[in-house]
Design a protein around this ligand. Structure first.
Ligand code: DLL
Length: 436
């Protein structure tokens, strides 16, 4: 269905290929692919036909990229209603793989890939890893979970596509991960940033200096993380760390990736996706540069075309720097992660930014919401660095409370503790006990 670009000519020769194409070329390619994808969705997925017909739009009305605004959104609810295979656009015999995302409540959302979808996905992950500084000669430890989650297998196929060596340790079993790291000497590692902190801690506890490891590069994602967290991981392992973004409904990891030479947000692989930012209230697209909710359309997917998917991720679109394709600003929050405390809206990532400024605190934390009488109460439990005196712990507690009060404008409880368990996959930052 699509032309496939040779990643080796992109990265091992002069700077050419689609990643360096002109804006005009990219827009022309996106427009042509969008027309095909809209048609494919409309004629092969009953939901899209119904949804387009309801608002009176047809794929043939599509002339330019701005016309996307006329087409209806797709959200998680739709995918749940169509559970399990209602949104697939091809016959089951053409489906090479299925993944699912668990989500926090309700039915999982199920996604499918043809062989060609898997191929393009692998190429985009390979392109991402390359942009993150990983090379075909590298050994890459993959600590994303393997299974229905797209992280493990998505990363794995990308590593192989790049021509690098995959070490598929999957998530968890931290001691074994460390043993393998010492024995196999990987050059790069992939995983969630919160799990990387776990790994860092465990190595230090076992008396191993993580800076002495063989690692040179890390590509981390699947959850929000901050610049402070990047500093800690880079200094801790002695690596360069970049951000990878994606979501199962749109593909999996590799929708966007930060380039190691600029580390300034995530280049969206615009030859396969069309990003928009909408105002979550009015649902209207906003201009580049303005913050809002990210909406993504696929341009080349066969088994699971997705039109205007509301990601609920908050970010903004920025012009390209290291590549001609546009960038997303670091995704620090989802609008459904917003905590509204006595009328003030805030996000866990705002606390994380502050936490990482204090020399005694670590970006391992949880926000516990509960009721105190009729009032909502937020307690932030945060881990301190090892070997602190009681006075230092007390100081950092008072400091954090005061900073949050001054900078965000809310009064919270702060509990600085020796250890906060952030789990093996995505860290759970908010625990809501208000309904208990
Ligand atoms: O997390 C896919 C993935 C795997 C991405 C490995 C990167 C690496 P889902 O489980 O469907 O898919 O979750 C998607 O995770 O909507 C964001 O809220 C969040 N997310 C993913 N990457 C980032 C990131 C995978 N780099 C949801 N920064 C998305 C912030 C991220 N949030």
């Amino acid at each position: 269905m699509t032309a496939v670009f040779d990643i080796f000519s992109d990265h091992h020769g002069p700077q050419m290929g689609i990643e360096y194409a002109s804006r005009d070329e990219i827009i022309a390619l996106q427009t042509q692919r969008a027309k095909n994808e809209l048609r494919h969705a409309y004629y092969n997925v009953p939901h899209y036909k119904k949804a387009f017909d309801e608002v009176g739009v047809h794929p043939d009305d599509f002339r330019e990229l701005a016309d996307f605004a006329n087409y209806p959104f797709t959200d998680k609810e739709t995918l749940r209603t169509e559970y399990p295979f209602g949104m697939f656009a091809v016959d089951q015999r053409q489906v090479a793989r299925i993944h699912a995302s668990s989500g926090t409540t309700g039915r999982p959302t199920v996604v499918g890939y043809t062989q060609n979808d898997v191929k393009i996905w692998s190429e985009l992950v390979a392109r991402s890893l390359c942009a993150g500084g990983i090379r075909p000669s590298d050994k890459v430890q993959i600590t994303f979970g393997y299974g229905l989650f797209t992280g493990g297998l998505g990363a794995h196929y990308g590593v192989e596509q790049l021509g690098a060596t995959a070490i598929p340790t999957s998530g968890g079993q931290t001691e074994r991960q460390i043993q393998i790291m010492q024995d196999f000497q990987p050059d790069a590692i992939l995983g969630t940033p919160s799990y990387m902190l776990n790994l860092l801690d465990r190595m230090r506890k076992e008396g191993i200096d993580p800076r002495e490891s063989s690692l040179r590069a890390g590509v981390f994602g699947a959850e929000p993380w901050s610049e402070g967290m990047r500093r800690e991981l880079e200094a801790g392992f002695g690596i360069t760390a970049t951000d990878i973004y994606g979501l199962s409904e749109v593909m999996g990891p590799g929708v966007a990736q930060e380039c190691v030479e600029t580390k300034d947000g995530l280049t969206v692989w615009e030859d396969h996706f069309y990003p928009e930012i909408i105002d979550p209230q009015t649902l209207q697209p906003v201009p580049d540069g303005q913050f809002g909710e990210l909406v993504i359309s696929s341009l080349t997917k066969e088994a699971f075309p997705i039109i205007r998917y509301r990601t609920h991720d908050l970010t903004r679109i920025l012009p390209g720097t290291a590549r001609s394709m546009r960038r997303l600003d670091r995704i620090t929050a989802r609008n459904d992660d917003m905590i509204i405390l006595r009328g003030v809206n805030c996000f866990p990532s705002q606390f994380e930014e502050i936490i990482t400024e204090h020399p005694s605190l670590r970006p391992r934390y949880q926000c516990i919401l509960s009721k105190r009488g009729r009032m909502d109460h937020l307690e932030i439990i945060v881990e301190h660095k090892p070997e602190l005196s009681l006075a230092e712990i007390e100081d950092s507690t008072l400091w954090l409370r005061a900073q949050i009060k001054n900078r965000i404008g809310i009064t919270v409880g702060v509990d600085v503790v020796e250890s906060v368990d952030s789990g093996e996959g995505k860290a759970k930052r908010i625990i809501d006990k208000r309904g208990d």
